[in-house]
Design a protein around this ligand. Sequence first.
Ligand SMILES: [Zn+2]
Length: 55
Amino acid sequence: MTLRCTCGSGALEITSQSYHGDSAFESYECQHCGRTGTLDHDGATGSTRLSGCLQ
Ligand SMILES: [Zn+2]
């Protein structure tokens, strides 16, 4: 899975991450436009939700 910012840049830097079992929560900041977003992966259902500038 390739993460991209809504500005079109793929220059995303992880600013924080945490893991709980099979689940993961990561925060990103775009190095191009400075917007931030989060990735929320639920290991129980296998679903991944993106918010903020991530797409
Ligand atoms: Zn961006």
